[in-house]
Ligand binder design. Sequence first.
Ligand code: AHM
Ligand code: MG
Length: 333
Amino acid sequence: MENTVNIKDYLLKEQQAGQDIDANLISLIEDVSAACKEIHTAINHGALYGVLGSAESENIQGETQKKLDVMSNEMFIRHTEKSGTLAGMASEEEEDVYSIPPQYKKGPYLMYFDPLDGSSNIDVNITVGSIFSIVRCPEGVTDPKLADYLIPGTEQICAGFCLYGPSTLMIITTGNGVQGFTLDPGSNEFKLTHKNMMIPEDTAEFAVNMSNQRFWEKPVQRYVQECIDGVTGARDKNFNMRWVASMVGEVYRILTRGGIFMYPFDTKDPAKAGKLRLMYEANPMSFIVEQAGGLSSTGRERIMELKPKEIHQRVPVILGSTNEVKRVDSYHQ
Ligand code: AHM
Ligand code: MG
């Protein structure tokens, strides 16, 4: 294989080039990628490993957990808690923030993660992924409590996701562009295959769950209707639509060929401002999308500037190709 740069080599090069990446961060990202390799193996073996189906438990959001949700969460924790790089972590699958057990050394970072995103796709063998976001633990805090985790997305120093699809890919940003690494089954290493991924400014492809249409606000109704009207409507061009039901799959497609992804505000459940969670879904994906030249917004505000109120907070998400996100924002004004 011609390109043999793995994640560690890439990060060391960035460090030498003057990027603010310390040894703790490199070690943490390596531990996350080790967890993702283990999750990849479990997903890959599927029914052979008996990992499909429900765990017959619920998470804090009242969602039924899949066996793989629970296993992936354990794998993330097991691979990272002893690294000495984390002061604490928060997971979609954990009600409270997760304190580093007292027998392990603590480090300077906090990590938020969704160990298995798109888990409704597991049993039907469609792409799923893991998402993570890393920030610095507030100065002087050694035993972070919930309030210490409520840090806006603009403070992220690293975000990434692993996509378990036809190939397994790790997408990472440390604030200097977006790089994609493909898991090489021969060496079991992630190799740099997609350098400086950039999202085209324009697109003719949108992704939204159309079954929620009647619950959307007027600006989103208008935008989607104009896409559907195609050359016969205000946009004067035809649009294509995709819905993978796995945000990692949608964001990867957008990084590859552009597009707009929306899980907008809806009135389906008045208790929820949107479906996706700010800290471990919307923020990391927004950081990646912005680093690839795209935009990410709630329709009214830049997602990364939101001041978090709780760890499992939900937000509307509209992200992707710049000119389309700007258009949806303008319809909200
Ligand atoms: P999850 O974290 O419980 O898997 O939910 C998040 C997922 C996203 O990946 C995806 O965009 C969305 O939920 C799909 O929702 P829906 O089933 O309503 O289409
Ligand atoms: Mg999720």
